[in-house]
Design a binder for this molecule. Structure first.
Ligand code: ZN
Length: 103
């Protein structure tokens, strides 16, 4: 996947459109990612050992990767990701806007 853990991403579709967050977890098989504080859902829970009072909890749900774009750490713009090879022939991600390598 083009987006990696700890990347900053901007939401481009859906209810959180325009918000920026940091990727906490990647789910490559389902093309989903968990972005901290984005795609939060309220869930009603019954009383249980982990929720002794019951009530409403907020759950951070994974979202599809096509709903976000990477925010380039160099130019701070949301961008598509390209690839380039470094001197060791290792694939590096490249910002299509400022053409710098994204770590
Ligand atoms: Zn850039």
């Amino acid at each position: 996947m083009k987006i990696k853990k700890a990347d900053q991403v901007k939401v481009i579709l859906g209810k959180d459109k325009g918000r920026v967050g940091v990727v906490e977890k990647i789910y490559p098989k389902s093309h989903k990612l968990l972005v901290k504080g984005i795609n939060m859902y309220k869930k009603h829970v019954k009383k249980s050992e982990s929720f002794p009072k019951g009530g409403i909890v907020e759950i951070n749900r994974p979202m599809l990767d096509n709903k976000v774009m990477l925010v380039c750490p160099n130019c701070k713009e949301k961008t598509r990701v390209g690839y380039t090879l470094d001197s060791k022939q290792q694939k590096q991600r490249l910002c299509r806007k400022c053409h710098k390598v994204i770590k």
